[in-house]
Design a protein around this ligand. Structure first.
Ligand SMILES: Cc1cc2nc3c(=O)[nH]c(=O)nc-3n(C[C@H](O)[C@H](O)[C@H](O)COP(=O)(O)OP(=O)(O)OC[C@H]3O[C@@H](n4cnc5c(N)ncnc54)[C@H](O)[C@@H]3O)c2cc1C
Length: 451
């Protein structure tokens, strides 16, 4: 997947070193290579992808990170910059624009993105909120997050603000990702998108070094940056782009960190495979809990793991049956939980309990014989994300402060990228951040006569 390790002499020629081969690092690398820059990506793991990854086990494919790409346009642009077409490297399947919300008392709301159909559904569910819904919906663009108005019906408000809770998690100004307009799944698993990004980056001359953990950054002569890795590899270059977030990057620079920096809540996910098929359960749904608002506040504001919380249920094999053997299905059920800074829970003990509770709730509400049909189940916790990717507080959803504030005080030629750079951690946010970082770095290198 990656080019062989360059010799130190090769490495010395890189103009920009990028730390982390997640979506942000790869997107930035492609942009800079396409603009004629020489870049090198250093990744601590054996594979690229970071949060994006698919686990293949016994002919099942489980999506560990995102299973929805909200918008293809930023990816298509990356390919066009390099004179290629995204479709030749990666295949996408359109997601039906249907989100189903279920409540414990049996109420159900189906939103499909069809204006008239959704108005009819809301008119039946919460008639007094129809005007507010109409105004909100008409302003929602494809993937964009948008503040939801103050609906009178609390269940409708909870439903329409639930998706953005993972990435922003402020109930009062909670936002709704407009999944109602659909989105895309990567055929065969999202790791194929990562393989395509790596291929495209390397085709443009970029170099990716896997199993290279960056352990220190220092100022070199003439304002250059020096990088040291745990395996002894070292190099110097004009600029560094880091996807490790404000504090981990400061730690590499040995500059003080802000221990009070607020992180978004984290995510707990149960992955499970079942015998049977469920055409009635769409790609994406929410099992709302009655105490939704209070449970989100408990996690976000108090760092408490609530007794009950809403569950985001994804059913990737509904759209791509090849993710499971014939006659089987893969699901994943996620809920927000406190990040490790808010509450250093013993996830080895809490994880199995929460997995049982989520499977029981999903079974009770949607698949009564779930336990009998279970082929396998496993879970991922904030501790797993912290251990595997060194995510601060084990949350993939980054900071609750703007990127500009998080970057304050860093040297000019050290740029933060990715989900950990500031508030906003959906794929389009990360890709837009890579575009901003590319223009900033290109400007710096050109004005220094190095571009
Ligand atoms: C469970 C889950 C579900 C999600 N669902 C969605 C969704 O449906 N839609 C959506 O739009 N977004 C979703 N997201 C968010 C999206 O996946 C992330 O925002 C995005 O993948 C982040 O990319 P990144 O490059 O910023 O960071 P990362 O993916 O975290 O990449 C950072 C990389 O840096 C590497 N690294 C760390 N430390 C070092 C070091 N010292 N030296 C070298 N390398 C290092 C890590 O190994 C990692 O590969 C989801 C995320 C998760 C976890």
């Amino acid at each position: 997947m990656s080019a062989p390790s360059p010799s130190p002499a090769d490495a010395d020629t890189a103009q920009v070193a990028i730390i982390g081969a997640g979506l942000a690092g790869l997107a930035l690398g492609i942009r800079l290579q396409a603009a004629g820059m020489d870049t090198l990506i250093l990744e601590q793991q054996e594979d690229a992808g970071g949060c994006v990854g698919s686990l293949r086990r016994d002919s099942f494919v489980f999506e560990l990170g995102p299973c929805t790409v909200p918008d293809l346009a930023p990816l298509e642009q990356l390919w066009r910059l390099g004179g290629a077409e995204l479709a030749t490297d990666c295949e996408f399947l359109p997601l039906p624009p249907l989100v189903r919300f279920d409540w414990p008392d049996g109420r159900r709301l189906d939103l499909t993105g069809d204006t008239e159909g959704d108005r009819t559904a809301v008119a039946a569910f919460a008639p007094a909120d129809l005007p507010a819904f109409g105004a909100w919906r008409s302003g929602a663009r494809s993937w964009q997050l948008r503040p939801a108005p103050r609906f009178r019906n609390s269940a409708l408000r909870d439903a329409l603000t639930s998706m953005g809770l993972l990435t922003d998690a402020a109930p009062a100004r909670a936002q709704q990702i407009a999944a109602l307009t659909g989105g895309w799944a990567v055929r065969g698993g999202t790791d194929r998108l990562i393989a395509a990004l790596v291929r495209h980056y390397e085709r443009l001359g970029g170099r990716l070094l896997l199993r290279h953990t960056v352990t220190a950054l220092s100022r070199g002569p003439a304002g250059t940056c020096q990088i040291a890795c745990s395996n002894g590899f070292s190099m110097k270059e004009a600029s560094v782009a880091s996807s490790l977030g404000a504090d981990n990057t400061r730690a590499l620079l040995s500059t003080p960190r802000n221990s009070r920096r607020q992180l978004a809540p984290a995510i707990f996910t149960v992955h499970f495979a079942l015998r049977g098929s469920w055409p009635g359960i769409g790609h994406h749904g929410l099992l709302m809990c009655d105490e939704h608002h209070a449970s989100v506040r408990a996690v976000r504001d108090k760092g408490i793991l609530p007794a009950r919380s809403s569950i985001v249920l994804s059913h990737p094999s509904a759209v791509d049956p090849a993710l499971a053997p014939v006659g089987h299905a893969v699901f994943r059920a996620s809920t927000i939980v406190p990040n490790l800074r808010q509450a250093p829970l013993d996830w080895a003990a809490v994880g199995p309990q929460l997995e049982r509770a989520i499977l029981a709730e999903t079974g009770q509400r949607l698949i009564p014989d779930l336990a009998d049909r279970l082929v396998m189940a496993f879970h991922t916790t904030p501790a797993d994300w912290a251990n595997r990717l060194a995510l601060p507080g084990g949350t993939p959803f980054g900071l609750r402060e703007p990127a500009r504030a998080a970057a304050r005080g860093l040297p000019d030629n050290v740029v933060l990228i990715g989900a950990q750079a500031g508030a906003g951690a959906a794929i389009p946010d990360v890709l837009a951040g890579a575009e901003r970082a590319a223009s900033r770095l290109l400007g710096q290198l050109r004005s220094a006569g190095k571009g």
